[in-house]
Design a protein around this ligand. Structure first.
Ligand SMILES: Nc1ncnc2c1ncn2[C@@H]1O[C@H](COP(=O)(O)OP(=O)(O)OP(=O)(O)O)[C@@H](O)[C@H]1O
Ligand SMILES: [Mg+2]
Length: 257
């Protein structure tokens, strides 16, 4: 069976009754239980919540990097939780782009070699993969650094390589876990601007985990993980608030989804 996000109708992603429980130290930790969520095609969703709330856990499940304890995750008509490992890996490679915090590059490989990886995994030759990878590096403004080793690049440059790698296989969905977490504010702004541009120009469905309220505000919708539940977070316009209030998430109204 080949899996694709059917472009014809319905939400891009539909989460139903998602529960994740970890067993550790003889005990059981319920990170969240019975989560429901729909993400429309082309939507940009920000996911916020306190440290330990389960944001990365949810993103890993959405990305097929881990399996839920219970529940279903539909991409189009297909529940990825039911896929055998090889089909899930193929689905990830073709449909999903991942942007985690920096340090996810192979430091000894060049920028363009890092970008090529998803295509090589797909079975393309280096000759096929290289021109496409160079084009993606160009898109993020890093063509001139293509032959630098990843370990020689600045944090912001590394994150741009991660973006190019995430998009090299033309995914339909982009999952980003604190993509600006290790960067200074100005570089973080630049990466968020690039993510916004790529989201639009490539007509992606995007989910961004962020601790930064001003970055969350750039999304079309903000949801928060709170005590194992997903709630819609309403962020007031930045122009109405002082900087301190904007950065204080306790000042924001919330209601259950
Ligand atoms: N493999 C694991 N085994 C046991 N517990 C885990 C495991 N992975 C995560 N946890 C626990 O699950 C909870 C949620 O973790 P998660 O990494 O999803 O939080 P988060 O919201 O991403 O936090 P942060 O903002 O700090 O990145 C935490 O309490 C964490 O300790
Ligand atoms: Mg996390």
């Amino acid at each position: 069976m080949s899996v694709s996000t059917d472009p014809s109708s319905g939400p891009a992603i539909r989460v139903e009754g998602l529960t994740k429980t970890y067993r550790s130290g003889g005990g059981e930790l319920v990170v969240f239980a019975g989560l429901n969520l729909e993400v429309e095609r082309g939507e940009k969703l920000a996911l916020i919540g306190e440290s330990g709330a389960g944001k990365s856990t949810l993103l890993h499940l959405l990305g097929g990097l881990d399996r839920p304890t219970e529940g279903a995750i539909y991409f189009g008509q297909n529940d990825i939780c039911k896929l055998p490992a090889n089909q899930l890996a193929d689905f990830r490679n073709r449909e999903l782009g991942f942007v985690w915090q920096i340090h996810s590059l192979l430091a000894e490989f060049t920028a363009v070699e890092n970008v090529m990886m998803p295509l090589l995994i797909r079975g393309q030759s280096r000759e096929q993969a290289e021109p496409v990878s160079m084009a993606r590096l160009e898109e993020v403004g890093l063509r001139s650094r293509a032959s630098h080793r990843a370990g020689e690049l600045s944090g912001g440059e590394q994150q741009r390589v991660v973006l190019a790698r995430a998009l090299v296989g033309n995914p339909s969905v982009l999952l980003a876990d604190e993509p600006t977490g290790n960067l200074d504010h100005k570089t973080g702004e630049m990466i968020m601007g690039l993510l916004d541009d790529l989201h639009r120009s490539r007509q992606l469905t995007s989910i961004h985990v962020t601790h930064n309220t001003s970055f969350a505000r750039r999304a079309g919708r903000v949801v928060a993980l709170e005590q194992g539940k997903l709630v819609t977070a309403t962020l007031p316009p930045a122009s109405l608030l002082s900087r301190e209030l904007v950065e204080d998430s306790s000042a924001e109204g919330r209601h259950h989804v």
